[in-house]
Design a protein. Structure first.
Length: 342
């Protein structure tokens, strides 16, 4: 098992390089970069520094363009620029935002607690509820509880989180005014005297977004757990255990349950990426100033240093999550441990 994990860790390096090279090249070829954004802004404001060119458009002269390209680091060949970016990334230097002119590392660290808050709560609630619920739905298949919960689960699965977010804001925030329209906390959050008031304010703002975060993963995990448990309940080894006199509930817990957790465990590590990035559109809808919203605005504004930093972090988290998934599967499935010699 150790040798297998070491091989998987070694594959992170070429995979990470391939992903980041591709994204880095795309940011250089996609039109509308920071220089173009600045020229467009100057044109809309009627800046007198722009000069007339063919086609009726305005632009800066060649010397000014060269200075801007040098300022934004766009004057270097892609291999050289990527190598410099990679060396800086290794020491956690993600460069400077071309939109806010702030260090990208500071911008990510500032928003990290917000994304961790939503990511961690979503992760734990999804698993702590979906696994027991899937268990009871399988054991009580075709019961009233199973049917009613299935209707709610499939409805939630069919609706994207951002659509649910628009509905929740319209109904509970705008019409009923039970919850705020958005934001992470209230403006006077830091002036609150007690921790209890801070916790209430945090949950008051986070209740609706958390529903949107949880609804998709919750539905998938619940139905995955139920379907796999039902499949194992119909297997010969479970029926044989019951035929030999083992009570049904004990047969489920001792034999079927562990095997049913294997598919759920395979997706466990992939949820790691959600701890930081969240969901772009949900953060946009609820105006949550997390890393998801930062990434969305960076793509729209062509803030390439921020885009590269978030894309690289996502790639690393995804690959590390796959390794964690393998470890979880090995813990849940003895056959995997035997196969890899542990």
């Amino acid at each position: 098992m150790l040798a297998y994990l070491l091989r998987r860790l070694a594959l992170i390096v070429p995979t990470f390089l391939g992903i980041t090279v591709l994204i880095f090249a795309i940011t250089r070829f996609v039109p509308g970069g920071p220089v173009e954004q600045m020229i467009a802004s100057m044109q809309s404001q009627g800046d007198q520094a722009a000069s007339q060119v063919a086609g009726g458009n305005t632009q800066l002269d060649e010397d000014q363009l060269a200075m801007l390209n040098e300022f934004y680091g766009l004057d270097k060949p892609i291999p050289q620029a990527y190598w410099e970016w990679l060396n800086a990334f290794i020491v956690f230097d993600f460069g400077e935002s071309t939109r806010y002119f702030e260090p990208v590392t500071d911008m990510i660290i500032e928003r990290l607690p917000i994304s961790l808050f939503y990511g961690a709560i979503t992760f734990f609630i999804s698993y702590l509820i979906s696994i027991p619920l899937g268990y009871f739905k399988a054991v009580k298949h075709n019961s009233t509880m199973d049917t009613a919960s299935s209707v709610l689960i499939f409805t939630g699965f069919a609706l994207p989180g951002y659509v649910v977010g628009v509905f929740l804001i319209t109904l509970f925030a705008f019409n009923l005014e039970w919850f705020p329209m958005g934001g992470f906390v209230s403006d006077d959050f830091e002036d609150m005297e007690s921790v209890w008031d801070m916790a209430k304010d945090l949950l008051w703002h986070g209740f609706l977004p958390l529903i949107c975060y949880i609804i998709g993963d919750f539905a998938i995990l619940t139905m995955t757990m139920k379907n796999n448990l039902m499949e194992n309940l119909s297997a010969d080894y479970v029926r044989t255990a019951i035929a030999k006199g083992l009570p049904f509930k004990k047969a489920v817990r001792r034999h079927a349950l562990q095997n049913s957790l294997i598919p759920v465990a395979s997706a466990f590590g992939n949820s790691l990426m959600f701890f930081l990035t969240g969901a772009f559109l949900i953060e946009v809808i609820f105006n949550i100033d997390g890393i998801g919203l930062l990434g969305y605005e960076s793509i729209i504004q062509r803030d390439y240093p921020v885009v590269m930093a978030i894309a690289a972090i996502n790639a690393l988290l995804f690959m590390i999550g796959n390794i964690l998934s393998d470890i979880c599967v090995a813990l849940a499935d003895p056959r995997v441990r035997v196969r890899f010699g542990s």
